[in-house]
Design a protein around this ligand. Structure first.
Ligand code: GLC
Length: 806
């Protein structure tokens, strides 16, 4: 194996890079929940406020070359004219030492050249919507060093889509000037057509250092036929003090520094926004002044950094584990929950791959929030209430929404969107034990997709969803596919409106089981849910079994989808794993999961289906919208679907296999096998899919960061593999682990009690609990291995000893 360009430092929750020209940007998100940015290991990146589609502050060249640019750039120009940066980009100058690191909420870049050490730390202030650039310069040589420091960002026209299409007109609505009072560049995008023009912010780019010169015009800064890699004004050693009214704006600031031998100097740049530049300029400018004044005070930036760190510390502390497997422990304790926060914030919208215009997916967000239900149930609840407001009166939900952009949602009826709300509601109730959030009154969305109509409790919203599914059953009593189910590309099998989905049936059953529990806890009857479950179970018993595995559904002609006689997509993973999750067709579950292992496990992830349809120009390519074989839903390793297979194996108590599946698609493990060049994407964040074995680039990770894999892997690892799972009745202790493990420890907060759970595995089993002791006292296992509220009652901390065995 070649030398890897990164190394993890687990105690610091850091990944450090010592090579920077990776096959793709490996990014880190910086955010305070309102203003956001991402930055790569090379210093490329972009920033936005509230929405990357509405208020994109700085540019990033998606899809185009040079990749990963521009970014947050600091240029150091030495007395001899040499120019270099603490980040690899933009200059790529050879330096004596270079390192970069990502950690939750901040990134750090260090480089040294000829005795000068420069460290740039980027993070988002928590109390101000400001990206802080902390630059530390240390003279490690024996002589005085003078240099010119330039900080640079390319500004954007806020409306990302419009800029792409009409930027050549709209660029005349840009104004960037150096404001003497603020000692800062300010920038406004003045297009009156902006749908939220009243909020449209004033951007500022200032510093706590004395500004010697500035430039607000990108093209002047760079010079003709140049770019940010060799800007002519940096080469000149001074900026031209150019303002801009119309054109391509930028923020470039210059300060000169001189350091005695051994001396150190710290300075900051602040890229931020205040609201309302167009509605009340004076007020916005005063806001900028207030923030800049506050941040320029001694120690102010450090205090913001400390606040950021405590946010993450608290968030991660909710669940921490100690395992005999360093890779898994690192993922579970740090990187997976970190990615879960990103998907909760950004859905599938923005990364170095995703260009930030997609809004939020209904089903996507409902799933993403599952990972917040156990860490930040209030956040998950807010989002669930919002999602319910995007459900129509007939019970189905829109597919994509733009809450921040205030655009009407997109409504192409899928068979599954509304169902995902139930799992989120259950997860919140199971975590907190408090069900009052179900009584919240929420309007439905009118058919014009704009006007709210009526009002009903969240509980009623969930029941409407059940109603919708029950009213859209096909000839064989299974739910219709409609436009598609979870598999976006399943649609072609049901275009005539008759195709039926086995996965939706399984999801429906799983949801009904949770609703039945919730109903009973509310003191209501669950009879109707039970009837629906029985009906679906009957339909599945009659239709689903193919002999060795379960079918995926029936097409418009009632022909089976995913059967052994087909040449392509003969077997589908979700139909096997979801049968276990739904707890239906019990007699065949084990065999189905064994068939999945035999037919779909590549050793580096399970394929979503196999064999893939041949790509275009074959006729069959139409069945998968022309996707090439081995990609995504056409024979790819769909990582999110792997989570459900892991969950199913864990539920079956087959810990060895569950962990094999879990470990084999962990990015760091895949990279150990196929290398960084092949895998491409981040070693610390999941991808949406990896190319499957029908593709010559098997193992290539596609669409990283923004994927439902984040939340699901987080939930599956913490609640199904380690098995510490909230239920309505209490905290279930139900691990499925590799038999060779001696044991493990989890620290977790649950309903106000801090638990230290030590699990021992003296008999080397994969599953099964023999004994549980709370503070030394044996707990009855009569109703299962549960820590009920009454067992924990009154305690703020408890030590739990669990013994696995037969
Ligand atoms: C993408 C979509 C998700 C869909 C999945 C499978 O991840 O964001 O909504 O379910 O693909 O089609």
């Amino acid at each position: 194996m070649n030398h890897l360009p990164y190394h993890f430092y687990d105690a610091q929750r850091e990944i450090r890079f010592d090579r920077f020209d990776l096959p793709a940007p490996w990014i880190n998100y910086l955010s305070n929940g309102r203003m956001h940015a991402f930055v790569s290991q090379a210093g490329g990146g972009m920033s936005w406020w509230l929405s990357p589609m509405m208020f994109r502050l700085t540019r990033y060249r998606f899809y185009n070359m040079p990749i990963d640019s521009p970014g947050f750039y600091v240029y150091l120009r030495m007395a001899d004219g040499t120019v270099w940066s603490p980040t690899f980009r933009p200059c790529e100058t050879l330096v004596d030492f270079r390192e970069a690191s990502h950690a939750p909420g901040f990134s750090t870049f260090t480089a040294k050249k000829n005795g000068l050490c420069a460290t740039l730390k980027l993070f988002m202030a928590q109390d101000y919507d400001t990206l802080v650039w902390e630059l530390k310069l240390t003279n490690e040589s024996g002589e005085e060093i003078s240099c010119d420091v330039f900080a640079y960002v390319e500004l954007s026209q806020f409306l990302a889509r419009e800029e792409n299409i009409l930027g050549y007109y709209l660029k005349w609505n840009t104004r960037a000037v150096f404001d003497e009072d603020l000692q800062s560049i300010t920038y406004a995008y003045t297009a009156w057509m902006h749908p939220r023009k009243d909020e449209s912010p004033l951007v500022y780019f200032g510093s706590d250092a004395k500004i010697d010169s500035f430039c607000c015009n990108r093209d002047v800064f760079c010079g003709n036929y140049r770019d940010e890699r060799n800007p002519v004004e940096v080469q000149n050693g001074r900026l031209s003090d150019t303002n801009l009214q119309g054109g391509e704006p930028c923020g470039a600031l210059h300060t000169s520094v001189s350091l005695q031998a051994g001396a150190e100097q710290q300075l900051h740049f602040f890229l931020g926004v205040t609201e309302g530049a167009l509605s009340d300029y004076e007020k916005a400018a005063a806001g900028a002044m207030e923030t800049l004044t506050a941040l320029r005070k001694d120690g102010a930036a450090e205090r913001q950094f400390a606040k950021l760190q405590s946010w993450w510390k608290e968030h991660l502390a909710v669940y921490q584990c100690d395992l005999p497997d360093a890779d898994a422990q690192r993922m579970i304790n740090t990187w997976n929950p970190l990615q879960s926060v990103q998907t909760a914030r950004y859905s599938r919208s923005i990364s170095s791959d995703a260009s930030g215009v997609r809004g939020i997916g209904f089903r996507d967000t409902a799933q993403d929030m599952l990972a917040q239900a156990y860490r930040k149930p209030e956040w998950a609840t807010e989002m669930l209430w919002y999602l319910a407001s995007q459900q129509l009166e007939d019970g189905h939900a829109v597919h994509t929404a733009w809450p921040e952009e205030k655009r009407p949602p997109q409504d192409i009826t899928r068979s599954d969107d509304h169902i995902w709300m139930v799992y989120l509601a259950y997860a919140i109730a199971a975590e907190t034990g408090d069900m009052r959030f179900l009584d919240k009154e929420i309007p439905f969305l009118g058919t014009d997709l704009v006007t709210p109509v009526g009002s009903a409790t969240l509980w009623e919203h969930l029941l409407r969803g059940v109603d919708f599914t029950e009213k859209h059953l096909g000839e064989h009593k299974l739910p219709l596919i409609l436009f598609s189910d979870w598999n976006d590309h399943l649609g072609p099998f049901g275009r005539k409106g008759k195709g039926e989905s086995i996965m939706v049936s399984q999801q429906h059953i799983a949801a009904l089981r949770q609703l039945a529990e919730l109903a009973e806890a509310r003191g209501e009857s669950a009879d109707q849910f039970r009837t629906f479950i029985e009906n679906q179970e009957k339909a599945l018993e009659q239709i689903a079994w193919d002999g060795e595995w379960f079918l995926r559904g029936l097409d418009d002609e009632a022909k089976p989808i995913g059967t052994h006689t087909q040449n392509h997509a003969r077997i589908w993973l979700n139909a096997q794993s979801w049968m276990v999750i739904a707890d239906a067709c019990r007699d065949h579950q084990l065999e189905a999961m064994d068939s999945a292992a035999r037919e779909l496990d590549t050793g580096m992830g399970l394929l979503l289906n196999t064999p893939g349809y041949p790509g275009w120009p074959s006729k069959e390519a139409a069945m998968v919208n022309g996707l090439p074989a081995g990609y995504s839903e056409n024979g790819g390793v769909f990582c999110q679907a792997n989570c459900w297979a892991i969950m199913a194996e864990a539920l079956l108590g087959r810990g060895n296999r569950a962990w094999k599946y879990y470990k084999q698609i962990m990015p760091n493990e895949v990279i150990q096998r196929v290398g960084v060049e092949r895998y491409h994407a981040e070693a610390y964040a999941y991808c949406s899919t990896m190319l499957g074995k029908d593709n010559e680039k098997f193992g290539w990770g596609c669409v990283s960061q923004v994927t439902g894999t984040a939340a699901w892997m987080d939930v599956v690892a913490t609640q199904y593999l380690l098995g510490i799972r909230p239920t309505l009745r209490g905290l279930l202790i139900d691990p499925s682990i590799p038999a060779h493990w001696e044991g493990f420890t989890v620290e977790r907060s649950y309903r106000g009690c801090r638990l230290t759970i030590r699990v021992e595995n003296p008999e080397h089993v994969q599953h099964g609990i023999k004994e549980i002791r709370v503070e030394g006292i044996k707990v009855s296992l009569e109703n299962g291995p549960l820590l009920t509220e009454s067992v924990l009652s009154g305690r703020s901390k408890a030590r739990i000893h669990v013994t696995m065995g037969f």
